[in-house]
Write a protein that binds this ligand. Sequence first.
Ligand code: MN
Length: 232
Amino acid sequence: MTYAFDPAPTPTLAIVGSTTRFPVNRIFCVGRNYAAHAREMGQDEREPPFFFMKPRNAVVDCSGDETPLPYPPMTSNFHHEVELVVAIGKGGANIAREQAGSLVFGHAVGLDMTRRDLQFAARDKGRPWEFGKAFTASAPIGAIVPEAGRGVMRGGAIWLAVNETRKQGSDIGLMIWSVEEAISYLSRYEALQAGDLIMTGTPEGVGPVRPGDLMHGHIDGLPDIRVRVDAS
Ligand code: MN
């Protein structure tokens, strides 16, 4: 095989306690998986959650002390959404909820960064969300904690602070669809593959960041992430 030009590199994430890296395949994201966030988006909280995707070049490795993040073009409303990220280590289709945990490689803290103005403009016209959600560097993610017998995460505090002021806060246990349910549901529509990531949705309190702002994301038991929006 000879390529006409160098293929794009495979993005990778750090793994806690390992020198090996997690090679990222696809990124699936759950929409409206916390009732209070569905309400703040003006939606009926009883509507079933749904999925959208980001390209893998959305991934930004945030395993360092403070990671710079570009302010994206064509927006004036760049929002943070802190989320539990599930890293898939083994593929499969039509996975029963009881078996879903066996696909999980580990968990990490991530941000589903969103150009909210573009997302809402698309949403209101019934158009796809890509320009609002699926842009370069829209998925800053911290180091992955391997599952390694701990089991799938079912609870724990999740919060995000901007410039040390708490903006989002909830508990993983309040997700409408659990990690296992999300994996099982998704695997009926698309066979999961090793390297896939699932961003499991954000709790209430989303809001804008500006150039120079520092986002600090936390989930109990996982490494925090600190992400600085590039000064303009
Ligand atoms: Mn989200």
